[in-house]
Design a protein. Structure first.
Length: 399
């Protein structure tokens, strides 16, 4: 029975794309809604295909709707009046702050300027969940800005130890201020495996499927796909394999460039590119192994999903948080960007079914026991709970 008023939190998502950080936030909000009395609302800094999912959980605002920046008349009016986007953002924060929040939860470093506004202008407590490593952090903000403004945040969540170490070592964040809560996936839903057929992937019977994926970009090392394929063919000319990239189809600009090179190398038939899917597990289920080619990645969901489906993981050393999972017995690590060693490891797995089984089963066990919604969400809820004033703390119901 509830004996005090629950707290109220504004959760800020940098966008509503079908990507890691927004998906994790959705999992968290679903858990909070089902297991606590916490009131919350959501601010999306950018629209996207997951907007409807957020709206089903609570009152959802889209920044462009609040500031009117998506309309041509609004842009003209702002120019005539000499207003900047900062003016509009401050106005949006003023409006939102009147809705009675006790805490602002920023999901990703992109929310940091908003946390500063709510902290300095409206005296609200702030919590930032950081999913980024050094390259992305430096892309968005200067070192000086991060050092200065991370000090203002009341508490920080790091989604892997790699993220925590960078915050401490590169940006002088006090270790005691950072709480480690790994990325997580929903492992409770039923996996339907018969809706997608092997032929739907364009993969012939008997081929070893090397799965990978994400949004193609420099950080994801899409540029290594051609050299890796050439190396596999050089070392093992009789090796029958396909590389399947989940997260981008043939119309993606990066993919078009890659396929241009693949045609020149006469290896285009070795690749399959699949657009992002609402239920990626149905496609990952066909992989024999999952390769994370990233130069840096905090703790990517697609790798957790592959491990959950008992797929061994291969990643590069010094590439972020994934070695933290692999070092627990779920896969293999190659020296940073060493495609020769990576090629040897792929061929080794293709010819060792017992090793695939062993690594896959360990991955499934770890994801279910340590990196699932039911395991991680209560810890994040406790952090939120501790930041709320005692009189406003939500009453736990089913934790």
């Amino acid at each position: 029975m509830q004996t005090s008023s629950p707290g109220k939190v504004l959760f800020i998502s940098h966008e509503a794309s079908r990507s890691g950080a927004p998906i994790v936030l959705l999992h968290l909000l679903k858990w909070i809604k089902n297991n606590s009395g916490l009131q919350f609302e959501i601010l999306l800094l950018a629209d996207g295909p997951l907007k409807t999912d957020f709206e089903q959980l609570g009152k959802t605002f889209v920044l462009s709707d609040l500031v009117g920046q998506h309309t041509y008349p609004a842009r003209i009016r702002r120019k005539i009046l000499g207003k900047t986007l900062n003016d509009e953002y401050n106005k949006a924060a003023d409006y939102l702050s009147k809705r009675g929040y006790d805490l602002i939860y920023g999901n990703t470093i992109v929310s940091l300027p908003w946390l500063d506004i709510f902290k300095e202008q409206h005296a609200l407590k702030t919590l930032c969940c950081i999913h980024e490593l050094s390259y992305v952090l430096g892309h968005f903000f200067s070192k000086e800005y991060l050092e200065e403004n991370l000090k203002l945040v009341d508490s920080i969540i790091a989604v892997s130890n790699a993220v925590k170490e960078i915050l401490v070592n590169n940006y002088n964040v006090q270790s005691a201020k950072i709480q480690l809560q790994y990325e997580f996936i929903d492992t409770a839903g039923e996996i339907i495996t018969d809706r997608v057929k092997r032929q739907d992937l364009g993969v012939e019977t008997g081929a070893f499927i090397i799965g990978t994926g994400g949004t193609p970009e420099w950080r994801k090392v899409t540029d290594l796909l051609i050299p890796l394929t050439n190396k596999l063919l050089e070392l093992y000319p009789d090796f029958k394999f396909k590389i399947v990239w989940l997260g981008a189809g043939a119309e993606n600009g990066f993919v078009k460039q890659l396929l241009y090179d693949a045609q020149k190398c006469n290896i285009a038939d070795k690749f399959v590119f699949i657009d992002s899917k609402s239920i990626p597990l149905e496609y990952i289920n066909f992989f024999d192994v999952f390769v994370l080619l990233s130069r840096e990645d905090p703790f990517p969901l697609i790798a957790l999903e592959a491990a959950f489906l008992k797929k061994p993981i291969i990643a590069f050393e010094n590439s972020g948080g994934m070695p933290e999972l692999i070092n627990q017995g779920t896969g293999l690590l190659a020296p940073y960007l060493d495609i020769t060693i990576l090629a040897h490891q792929l061929y080794k797995l293709s010819s060792d079914k017992e090793l695939i089984k062993k690594l896959g089963e360990e991955g499934n066990k770890l994801v279910v026991s340590k990196y699932s919604t039911a395991v991680v969400s209560p810890g994040i809820f406790e952090i939120i709970n501790d930041l709320l004033e005692p009189a406003n703390k939500p009453i736990k119901q089913h934790i």
